[in-house]
Design a binder for this molecule. Sequence first.
Ligand code: NAD
Length: 365
Amino acid sequence: MGSQLVNTLEREDPCRLQALREFYSGKRVVITGGMGFIGSNLAIALVELGAHVLIIDSMIPEYGGNTFNIEPIRARVKVNISDVRDRTSLNYLLQGQDLLFNLAGTLSHVDSMRDPFTDLEINCVSQLAILESCRLYNPHIKIVFAGTRGQYGRTSGKPVAEDTPMQPVDVNGINNVAGEAYHLLYNDVYGIRACSLRMTNTFGPRHQMRHPRQGVLNWFIRQLIDGEKIRLYGTGTQIRDINYVADVVEALLLAMSDERTNGEAFNLGGEALSLRQFVELAIEVNGGGEYELVPFPPEAKIIEPGDYVADYSKFHKLTGWKPRVSVREGIRRTLEYYRTYKHWYWGEHPAGVPPTPFENLPFGA
Ligand SMILES: NC(=O)c1ccc[n+]([C@@H]2O[C@H](COP(=O)([O-])OP(=O)(O)OC[C@H]3O[C@@H](n4cnc5c(N)ncnc54)[C@H](O)[C@@H]3O)[C@@H](O)[C@H]2O)c1
């Protein structure tokens, strides 16, 4: 249940683990969106590396926050249920902190078209507010921003490097372009150290499993566990560049701990597979399952970005990062996690208790 990354580094790369421990031990680290998928996996690794972690998360029900996500560290982490749209809270909470992993955001491309103003407030206006809080109250903090491959929009299908023109196909992509640009601007103009990781489709334990709008890979895993037929839109041949979450956590830790990342944006990437290949692999690892091809719903078709293959050589050359976990192994671990803890993520909990036991959480600043 602890950090898969720390366990892997203990076995495979003790020098890197030692360097990360030396950097993070005793640091005061904030994670916005830390109750969500990537943020909670990161929080667990940071606590195991000796950091003092404060999570800021609004726990808006439709998004990915889940109190069970931080179960392994619940007594060793502080949680403040705040919204990054609340500037007064941010001004207070960001003071005295050394590092900020800025992961609070909305992910759904479809939702950003249905409700563009919420996406604008969270992914764009709030990002500027966070940076202003840092400028006014804590200019020595370093920030890693969670960018997205959605910033590029439709690409040619060839590997996409960071200097590829950005032509987002939805409101979420546009707001992330701006959110990232604010961070790099504050780095250049005010010297508030910041960089961005443009993440690609990420899957693994602690992703929300109630709906597919924040990413389909984990949704396919849920359908397999429930014995449902997986529904693939179109021909299923659309390519995604896929990362397992422990590898993304390592990338975040490396980006933060390396001063050469300041003012830069980097792609992450992993294995480029069609969604159909991912599903066929998942069925094989699961030992059974079925899928069918169904027509795209019109609202998904119109913002479908097409094939995406990342060129992540810029980040690899600088930090040595590359994925350690194959998609096959990631699927195996993800199936195992949700088979064990499924009731914290969907359906009825067997003990009849709500899946968010707030009363036991160590709230505070
Ligand atoms: N998961 C992916 O495949 C992926 C891909 C590209 C980029 N990203 C980026 O990584 C970041 C984290 O994604 P994730 O997959 O962990 O999503 P997630 O939904 O699991 O986590 C995001 C967290 O942010 C919180 N949050 C949302 N709005 C907030 C607000 N206004 N105030 C405070 N907290 C708020 C949510 O409650 C949630 O816990 C996001 O910025 C996302 O755009 C993720």
